[in-house]
Design a protein around this ligand. Sequence first.
Ligand code: F6R
Length: 614
Amino acid sequence: MCGIVGYIGDKPVVDILLNGLQQLEYRGYDSAGVAVMCENKINVYKAEGKLENLSSELLIHKDEYKNSTMGIGHIRWATHGAPNVINAHPHTCNCGSLVIVHNGIIENYKELKSELEKKGAKFRSQTDTEAVAHLIAYIYNETKNLTEAVRLAAQKIDGAYALCVMHSDKKDELVATKRNAPLLVGVGENEYYVASDVPATIPYTKKAMYLNDNQIVTLTRQSMTLIDSEGNELPKKVETLPWEPVALSKMGYKHFMLKEIHEQPDVIRNVLTGKIHSSDEPIILNEVKLTKESLKNLNRIQIIACGTSLHAAMIGKYIIEDFCGIAVDVEASSEYIYRKTVTDEHTLVIGVSQSGETADTLTAIKQSKARGSHILIITNRPDSAMAREADSLLSVNAGIEVSVAATKSYMAQLVSFYLLAIYMAEIKGNMNTEALKTLKSDLTLVPQKIEQILSHKEYIQKCAQYYANTKDFIYVARGINYPTALEGALKLKEISYINATGYPAGELKHGPIAMLDESMPVLSILMKGSVYEKLLSNSEEAKARNARMIALTNSKDEKLKDLFDFIIEVPEIQELLSPLIAIVPLQLIAYYISEYLGKDVDQPRNLAKSVTVE
Ligand code: F6R
């Protein structure tokens, strides 16, 4: 995580750096800093906390940098060292003439640090990054060539990094490089922008060059030079990005999260556009390259993801197994990459990631690709590193999601899984065509059902406020909605910091039931279908232990009134599609509890939206 930016050109640099950092705030927000080339030296400004603190700090010093047109900036998500001013980037060498910003983790920083200390480096911070500042400075002092210093330093570094570097000797030079962390250069007229992600450069230029691992770019106001790790010059591939600058506006909502929850009906319509034409016609997924033959050759499917995307993957497993009869395993990427997996050319590997950048998932995908598996990526970022590894791509089109807690991107991932499962069932020809038709036409009705839920959100708000002061919260479900329970609990944990857990309801009596008493809210996701009666019995068991019972249901069953204190009703829907409906009230419960408690809904503590470290 962390976001880095850089600029060299003829415009006032600080505004550009601050605007860029604001666009990258989703990558971290515990401190921020910039370094700008002033007349005789580089000035560094840093502040703890949100970006607005840095803006205020910069305002105080505005006369010092008013003519500056070159600089680098950083927004931090702390990995090594507390989030404070000393650990905030940019970091410098002893004398402050070399400055760097870094995203990633330097794994051998302790070894580097002790070597450099012997050579006289004075470390001030607890970060891994500072070792790189001293290392590059040390090599620069011998070579007096900044690009060469960065190239040679990179050979000594283990780990992941995107780096942008400048030196006070070089008033017309920025150097950047990367390995296993994203970085691009925005190309303007006699000016260049460096950034971790497109939103920071797109307001200024649509032209960009993505750096590949181990490439080093040197930027002057008039030129851009690209070399590989051996120092050989490389051709530059400048693309015109299909992006438009977007004004990030809350559109009258109090928080981005609430706005994004409300966008879900339109997100679903978007995802379905061009893919379902009518329930009689097959699903069209242009960039999915699976054939009858390739599906016949599959032994199994492995889905890899993290966090909310992992919950979407668990529902994906359920429906692919149900619709296609192919065995599916789901695993957290962080676990997958450190064991001996039996993935091969007969395994379809599906990576799911909103950002397309998550380090664990990206590593897992690369490992399976090396073993010959077909890689299918489901992502909201078709330009991401993960998408570039894909043999097949399912772009979810959720639009930019600003709130750190994922809502509409989860919805878009779920809908994409339904499309994929139906698409594969249609190719395999193993599922009843009437059932497939009904699924397709019912899918198109989901947006209006979610609109119905949103139009009655006041009752959900009342329920949320009633439980807002609880310390713990349990969500139970069975079958296809067990992942919905996990996702509901994750949303609540993330933004309210309440200890919330999702359980398969049948498991309650195998341990968790010991926690139940009159202080514990238990929310049952009671969707009509195969497990309804079973879940009702499990809810009775919880009620018998005096738990505070809440139902989320599409049943009009009268007996629910005796069992539950709150009954949140949702529209009727067939069981297989019910996760699309059931998640919405859970997102709203989490939102309203967080808002009621006065938490930072859109930027909860300790989190970042893009997790680029393993
Ligand atoms: C939770 C959330 C995270 C992400 C996880 C994976 O609201 O957003 O749990 O789902 O960090 O991120 P992606 O999907 O970008 O790989």
